[in-house]
Design a protein around this ligand. Structure first.
Ligand SMILES: C[S@@+](CC[C@H](N)C(=O)[O-])C[C@H]1O[C@@H](n2cnc3c(N)ncnc32)[C@H](O)[C@@H]1O
Length: 183
């Protein structure tokens, strides 16, 4: 099975380091299929959506081992995987999706999830440039879509100015961010 180039890039970054206990913090059919193909000790794949869990399980190409889990829970619940740490944590197209399940909580999700990385473990974040999905079917849709695009353009302009001023990440690419917990 061919996996996304972002995942194969993560495999390169990981090198010989063991995947260990793996957390897919926002799972779906694609990330779960990839995680399932890795030599992990065990994996936990969280989603807030029952249908996503069912779809991911139905499309899972491998065999689910007893130590693998797909909790359908919300990260705002402090009890979710409390007391556990993970050698590898993946946030795959996750941060942007948080808004749909935990409104106004996007900024809290990184502190929440990063504390689950075991010492010496790694956190990987994949993301695409934000985009506005525009399916305008009538006049109202076109009005809302145009307003959203105008807002997105203004934000993009402000973002580009900030990037230029602070010599930040280039815009217009897919990104993989790898962070390591040292203590
Ligand atoms: C866009 S999908 C991720 C795509 C997925 N990695 C794939 O391979 O298709 C976002 C995932 O994050 C989960 N998610 C978003 N916010 C969440 C939250 N507050 N708690 C738990 N899961 C959340 C969603 O339920 C969904 O499973």
């Amino acid at each position: 099975m061919k996996h996304s180039a972002l995942f194969t890039y993560i495999e390169r970054l990981q090198g010989e380091r063991p995947w260990g206990h793996f957390l897919d913090a926002g799972t779906g059919a694609k990330s779960l299929a990839w995680v399932g193909s890795l030599d992990t000790k065990q994996w936990t794949a969280v989603t807030a959506s029952t249908s996503m869990a069912e779809q991911s399980k139905a499309q899972f190409p491998g065999v689910m081992r007893p130590q693998n889990r797909i909790p359908v829970e919300n990260w705002i619940d402090p009890k979710l995987v409390s007391g556990e740490t993970f050698d590898t944590v993946l946030l795959d197209y996750f941060v942007g999706a948080v808004e749909g399940f935990a409104p106004y909580w996007q900024e809290s999700v990184l502190p929440r999830v990063s504390q689950l990385v075991a010492p010496g473990g790694r956190l990987y974040i994949t993301a695409l440039d934000p985009y506005v999905p525009l399916h305008a079917e009538d006049e109202v849709g076109r009005f809302v879509g145009a307003a959203m695009l105008k807002h997105a353009d203004e934000m993009q302009q402000r973002g580009l100015e900030l990037i230029a001023r602070h010599d930040g990440l280039a815009h217009g690419f897919d990104y993989v961010i790898a962070a390591e917990r040292t203590a």
